[in-house]
Write a protein that binds this ligand. Structure first.
Ligand SMILES: Nc1ncnc2c1ncn2[C@@H]1O[C@H](COP(=O)(O)OP(=O)(O)OP(=O)(O)O)[C@@H](O)[C@H]1O
Ligand SMILES: [Mg+2]
Length: 200
């Protein structure tokens, strides 16, 4: 079984949203997925419970899962580092605001030395502003200097879709997703993760 930890030292950047999307995406591709909610706020479990109430078992703790997805809390601490160490791949969503970059990059640099795995950075809620572009450029330059850093193209800010997607689904999100741009965006990011984990 492979393990992905969605993590980082910053709250509210889309960790739970990306964890939920990722688990739904892999499940749609016939992987057996299990989700571990390592956040005391229980964001993912709350979504799973809402779906269950509607009769849809969303990544219910599978025996013999192919993939374990761990959603962590947006604070540093020993438990977070433990999940990071145990994972095959860590995913670090961030909002590409210059003010946040130091936190994201500083955290990565502080643990990178002791990590023997890839850290995948995902810019989230992109709005195409010059300030954000500059932020992404800066982070890409820093990541390039680190062997294990990978930067994905990331996700646009889609306030009409993202807050509601996981609210009490009755079937897999990717069986009902119609929006072509969103589909392409998610596929292009997540295909790279799949390749990093399982090869081509
Ligand atoms: N690409 C996006 N476009 C629009 N809204 C988004 C996007 N990604 C996440 N959001 C919204 O941002 C908010 C925070 O997302 P989420 O709860 O996934 O962050 P988090 O990192 O898990 O937060 P926490 O640190 O509290 O666990 C949510 O309201 C979510 O719907
Ligand atoms: Mg969360």
């Amino acid at each position: 079984m492979k393990t992905i930890a969605i993590t980082g030292d910053k709250g509210g950047v889309g960790k739970s949203t990306i964890s939920a999307l990722l688990s739904q995406w892999f499940e749609h591709q016939n992987y057996k997925v299990s989700v571990l909610d390592a956040d005391p706020n229980r964001t993912i479990y709350t979504w799973i419970e809402k779906c269950r109430d509607k009769g849809y078992e969303f990544c219910a703790a599978e025996k013999n899962a192919d993939l374990l997805i761990i959603d962590t809390a947006g604070t540093s601490g020993s438990s977070l580092i433990r999940y990071v160490r145990e994972a095959d791949l860590i995913i670090v969503p961030f909002q590409p605001h210059i003010a946040d970059l130091e936190i994201v990059v500083g955290w990565f640099l502080s643990i990178n030395e002791s990590l023997q795995k890839k850290a995948v950075f995902i810019p989230n809620r992109k709005e195409g502003t010059n300030e954000q572009r500059e932020g992404i450029l800066q982070i890409s330059q820093i990541i390039k200097t680190q062997d294990r850093g990978v930067l994905l193209s990331g996700f646009a800010n889609r306030p009409t879709i993202y807050p509601t997607i996981l609210n009490a689904l009755t079937q897999n999100y990717f069986s009902i997703l119609k929006d072509v741009k969103t589909k392409e965006e998610i596929n292009s990011n997540f295909s790279i993760l799949k390749e990093l984990l399982y090869g081509k």
